[in-house]
Design a protein around this ligand. Structure first.
Ligand SMILES: Nc1ncnc2c1ncn2[C@@H]1O[C@H](COP(=O)(O)OP(=O)(O)OP(=O)(O)O)[C@@H](O)[C@H]1O
Ligand SMILES: [Mg+2]
Length: 350
């Protein structure tokens, strides 16, 4: 278990981490998400005692990292895979870490085997590719067989086989009851790997909830409705009837209708009352990527001028039963949400 309370880090007048409180629980993979420069790596460094908080504190299994007896046996981390002595071979690199931490030497062979680097164990690490370096970093994190694991962007540079392997590794470590805290910018991968999410932007907590709750809270689910292709009258009649019933109806490219604001049974009833037959009535949920983009829009510091978030759908509005806002605009207020507390919403005071 990792617990941060009011964790804050300032560098001069820059507040990298701002009053962050959250828990990372054992037995599940917790994804740590946030735009570039939002404070993820800084938070991880404070968890590992590599940076001292300006205010607040963070504990691992109840103690600050620096107070843990033989910390590498309890906590393993991959922060920067390039932080290795390039002149050493992979085996000696890991052996030196093991010897410094009182970890038996046979663990070096075990983890090299686990990450698939046994064949290159005698090669100097300065000749390693990006992905080989990531694998070596993951091996170092696993060396002490720790209960708590932190990975900062572990799939960075890995090939598809490696990404799948990391996904399965994280899940199996969590299934063994370990605490797994992993940052990533790959939303599709996080959707498959993480059970729970901690989302930050500009150092502040935006959301702390399960992946499922996060998507539900930050995206409008919708229904796809298709009527027989026998002319526009049926579509128009259904669109009018649904709109009268309080739904929002948008045309899809393939001729179907995207309906929000009404549950599926009600859509079916409205169609029946309007004497319109349906060929499709299906529920749809937004992706994690879409939900994340909505939550963090307006909170991203570094964005290409050529990519003004084309195609973004509007964010749902708290308090509106249909969850639909036609255009929240780029400066829409962010909504910090704790699953345990029920939704709370506040305006960004910046
Ligand atoms: N040692 C430092 N000195 C000064 N500023 C720092 C230092 N470390 C981090 N920062 C600043 O703190 C902010 C948060 O940085 P951090 O590396 O934690 O972000 P991040 O969420 O990990 O970003 P990314 O997704 O790009 O890895 C940034 O504005 C960064 O410039
Ligand atoms: Mg980082």
């Amino acid at each position: 278990m990792i617990e941060a309370v009011g964790l804050t880090k300032r560098y001069g007048d820059k507040t990298a981490v701002d009053d962050l409180s959250f828990q990372v629980r054992p037995g599940m993979v917790t994804g740590f998400l946030g735009p570039n420069g939002s404070g993820k790596s800084t938070t991880m460094r404070m968890i590992l005692g590599l940076d001292t908080p300006t205010a607040g504190h963070v504990t691992v299994n109840g103690s600050p990292y620096r107070s843990l007896p033989n910390a590498p046996r309890h906590v393993g981390a991959l922060l920067d895979a390039k932080a290795v002595h390039g002149g050493r071979d992979a085996y000696r690199h890991l052996l030196s870490i093991a010897q410094l931490s009182g970890i038996p030497a046979h663990r070096v062979d075990d983890v090299l085997e686990l990450v698939g680097l046994s064949e290159v164990a005698g090669r100097r690490t300065k000749g390693f590719s990006l992905g080989m370096g990531q694998r070596l970093g993951i091996a170092a994190a696993l060396l002490g067989d720790p209960q708590v694991l932190l990975f900062d962007e572990p799939v960075n540079g890995l090939d598809p086989e490696g990404i799948l392997w990391v996904r399965n590794l994280m899940k199996s470590l969590a299934a063994e009851g370990r605490t797994v805290f992993v940052s990533s910018h790959l939303m599709s991968e996080m959707a498959l790997t993480a059970d729970h999410l901690v989302v930050i932007a500009r150092g502040r907590l935006l959301a702390d909830m399960s992946v499922r709750e996060f998507i539900a809270a930050n995206s409008a689910g919708f229904a796809r409705v298709r009527v027989p292709d026998t002319g526009p009258q049926q579509r128009e009649a259904l669109t009018a009837a649904l709109t009268r019933a309080g739904a929002q109806v948008l045309p899809e490219q393939d001729g179907a209708l995207r309906v929000t604001g009404l549950p599926l049974p009600r859509i079916s009833d409205v169609a029946h009352e309007a004497e319109v037959r349906l060929w499709e009535l299906s529920p749809h949920h937004a992706s994690l990527e879409e939900a994340y983009m909505r939550l963090t829009q307006g909170m991203v510091d570094y964005r290409s001028s050529a990519d003004p978030q084309i195609g973004m759908r509007p964010a749902p509005v708290p308090g509106r039963s249909d969850g639909w806002d036609p255009d929240p605009g780029p400066g829409a207020p962010f909504q910090p949400v704790h699953a345990a507390d029920g939704p709370t919403f506040s305006k960004d005071p910046r």
